[in-house]
Design a protein around this ligand. Structure first.
Ligand code: AMP
Ligand code: GLY
Length: 427
């Protein structure tokens, strides 16, 4: 196949997928980008379908019917459900790991054992599927202690417990299957790590990879990083927290042993490896792996890439070596998430969104929890939109992003006004 006029199908419906679709569409290799199931903004811009992300058979038939050259899988659930395996079985190229590779996100217990086996730095831990040994392990822990549901829990399965009583209750609740169902049938009890968190995204093809600029997410709902955890309220890249020298060290201590370990386990890992790192006093430690691009990190990482994204995705999907060097723009990017009041708890839906009539230079509005209703775009999720700004400095990127934030309206609009505060306090 000659790589031209390609048809790409993006799987998913969030801000990450809107960004992936937009960035793929810029590639000279691409003729058409389609998305399923999309959202209110994606469906205006790209041909979309109604097949859901958990319908492997539906996606395979759609990809065959539409003669898709490359499927780009956005979220973790279809990756863990073996979508890439099913597409490969009918000869369709897909970007993302197979089900074996996706275990790095699908099972925190598997990942902790994997990290221990290959001596990759991470928090001290124990894995448990029975209450009694878990409670016994807790007796030897110093609070605060972290209790995690091993399986997928959409970012909600991590409890930071201030005392052992809270930790015991969390363990019992998870293992009973009450709050997290199957995902909580195994738990990881972990040492609490202190430090700043950064996200390292790699596009991998086995042991070969390219590293994307380091980004920082803002997980807490409130200003100054207060309140409940969310999927992410904003992000920026690159961060000055990680110097090129530090990155080189993380590559030696974390990235290379991880990819070599996967190979030793018989996993040919292709796709995104997102490494959540905690920069502690004793060096960087792995908090978690995700096997897909971060959301909202994608919104700030991909616009900084100077190389053709689709070329990289193709190499990864085909298992070809990644290029030795990729170029990034000498710019910064920031995304401010526009959420609905109440998120991450209950929030209203169906509010009409008004977007700016004239585009704002160096700013792009990314859709997440939106849908079309009677010819209008309305809110349909907790994280509604992402206002992305780019510029020669992070300050410039921030100004563009917040200009766009101010130009969008819907009744329950909520956002943090301090995205990037850690970076600004450093520089
Ligand atoms: P995870 O999904 O495992 O990354 O956990 C979600 C969030 O919980 C992380 O982004 C951290 O902010 C926090 N977290 C997880 N594990 C720890 C830990 N061992 N120590 C401190 N914070 C943690
Ligand atoms: N922003 C965090 C994540 O995508 O997991």
């Amino acid at each position: 196949m000659k790589d031209e006029n390609m048809k790409i199908l993006v799987i998913g419906s969030g801000g990450r997928e809107h960004t992936l679709a937009k960035e793929c569409a810029k590639s000279p290799l691409v003729g058409q980008v389609m998305v399923t199931p999309g959202n209110g903004g994606i469906n205006r811009e790209f041909t979309s379908f109604a097949v859901g992300v958990e319908d492997n058979r539906g996606i395979v038939s759609l990809a065959l019917d539409e003669n898709i050259d490359l499927v780009v899988v956005g979220p973790e659930v279809p990756l863990c459900n073996g979508l890439v395996d099913d597409l490969k079985a009918v000869g369709i190229l897909a970007y993302g790991p197979d089900a074996a590779g996706a275990q790095l996100e699908g099972s925190k217990a598997y990942t902790k054992d994997f990290l221990a086996k290959y001596s990759v730095p991470t928090a001290a831990y124990g894995n448990f599927s029975e209450v009694a040994p878990a409670l016994q392990y807790l007796e030897g822990c110093q609070p605060p202690v972290v209790v995690k549901a091993s399986g997928l829990a959409a970012g909600k399965g991590v409890l930071i417990c201030e005392n052992l009583q809270e930790a015991r209750a969390a363990v019992e609740d998870m293992l009973s299957g009450e709050s997290f169902g199957e995902s909580g049938k195994e738990v990881v009890i972990e040492e609490f790590l202190e430090g700043e968190e950064v996200s390292l995204h790699l596009i991998c093809s086995g042991e070969s990879y390219v590293a994307m600029p380091m980004s920082q997410d803002h997980k807490k709902v409130g200003e100054g990083d207060a309140g409940l955890n969310t999927g992410g309220m904003g992000a920026y890249a690159p961060t000055s927290l990680v110097t090129p020298g530090m990155l080189a060290r993380y590559e030696e201590e974390i990235v290379k042993p991880t990819l070599a370990g996967l190979k030793a386990e018989g996993v040919d890992f292709r796709g995104t490896l997102y490494i959540g790192l905690m920069l502690t006093e004793n060096g960087a430690k792995v908090l978690e792996f995700n096997v897909r691009f971060g959301d909202p990190e994608t919104q700030v990482i991909l616009p900084l890439l100077a190389n053709d994204l689709v070329e990289l995705l193709l190499k990864s999907a085909r298992g070809e070596p990644m290029p030795d060097q990729v170029a990034f723009k000498d710019e910064s990017a920031m995304v401010v998430v526009l959420a609905s009041h109440g998120y991450p708890g209950a929030y209203p839906k169906g509010e009409v969104i008004t977007e700016p009539e004239t585009p704002i230079a160096d700013a792009v509005l990314i859709h997440a929890g939106t849908r079309e209703k009677d010819g209008k775009v309305v809110t349909a999720g907790g994280r509604v939109l992402g206002a992305v700004g780019t510029g020669a400095s992070l300050t410039a990127a921030r100004d563009r992003a917040y200009e766009l934030v101010e130009a969008v309206s819907y009744e329950s609009k909520y956002f943090r006004s301090d995205i990037g505060h850690r970076e600004f306090s450093r520089t």
